[in-house]
Write a protein that binds this ligand. Sequence first.
Ligand code: NAD
Length: 434
Amino acid sequence: MTTVTSDLKKSAKKVPVRGMMDNVMEQFNSAADHINLHPNIRKILSITNNEILVNFPVKMDNGEVEIFTGYRVQHNNALGPYKGGLRYHPTVDLDAARALAMWMTWKTSLAGLPYGGGKGGIKIDPKKYSESELERITRRFTFALADNIGPEHDIPAPDVNTNSQTMAWIADTYMSTRPPAERTANQHVVTGKPDASGGLEGRDRATGYGVYLTIKFWAEKTNVSLNGKKFIVQGFGNVGYWASYFLEKDGAKLVAVQDASGSIENQNGIGVDELFAHCQNNSGRIADFAGSKTVDGNKFFAIDCDICIPAALGNQITKENAPDIKAKLIAEGANGPTNVEGEKILLDRGITIIPDILCNSGGVVGSYFEWLQNRNGEIWQLDEVMVKLDKKMKESFNKVYDYSKTQKVDMRTAAFCIAIQRIEKAYIQRGIFP
Ligand code: NAD
């Protein structure tokens, strides 16, 4: 295991195109300027606490050994244990994990949770591996991370290309490597687990439901009816599917979807359940869905619609495509989907952005409920979870909306200011050791 101390400024210079780290730092600095953040606290929050990089060997099905690289970046834990997902994707690297960990710090703070921010994953294209290889990769990664994760220290969750099964393997590996008396008491080392393994009923839909709720709250504030409104979704995985499911139930119409396999459109409407059933039989891919036409992926964000939900990867809405966007509202299901240049264009055009740290925070709120459930030895019912999630999302939305109106700033700046101020308060109260 190698522990790397970061120099964010140096590494940011090495990134040839706008990296996610450039975006999160610009967002942070602009909010920090707005609230006149104490310079010492700005220094602390500009850098990650710990960066863990592990290279580990795994035996493949054909008997050969392959070496994998995994990351866990722990940005800040002033408010509680590090919290954030694990992503399996070829784009995972230190820059991406740093940026995503920072966003988690702001997200958990904004949501009023007793957590800090972390993120990680493995640089891998999981499609190239069998189920049993993925299980061994996940278990060996967990073993390599060792005590760098833990239920009161750093609590991973699912993210792109990881799911409840991945979390079950991590929990089982972590618990199996504890001393016997501590094994079962450690299942909350991860959240997003399957139901029989300590998972929370409703955690699967929590992020997408939260995305839908923030759109609904925005519609209520602005006197817009969602009935008949057209929406497009990039990414039809956990977040994209559930957000679409709830929006469709409220009368809105899904007209275009893009995923890693292609882009489809039908202005008369794409049935969410039909598309989901198609994906179930098509390795999770939307390609070849009968109820739509295939469209050019480069022009996806220019498709006619009222609401656009990027729910795949970061850096998708940029200065190249922002001028052509038709939607009046962007609801950021993904983390960091709009870069700073793209955002400036959208705001100048009067388009509202519900920022990621608010829009997709239902996931980490659901994770918090699961963690509490495990910690307290309880089992929560679905209706209870949904009511509690609704209440928490509404509180966060109202805080951000009201701040943006009173301070005359966009919703992202508002969300960042609220989040940073809570952490600033903790540092001011506690001081800096020694
Ligand atoms: P997922 O793996 O379930 O789905 C990802 C989707 O994105 C898939 O449909 C995939 O085909 C698509 N995709 C991948 N590469 C793409 C590309 N280049 N162009 C278009 N589509 C592409 O992942 P998820 O859990 O739904 O996460 C999606 C986003 O939401 C990520 O940014 C993640 O960080 C964020 N998020 C997830 C959660 C959660 O609880 N799962 C919580 C908060 C934020």
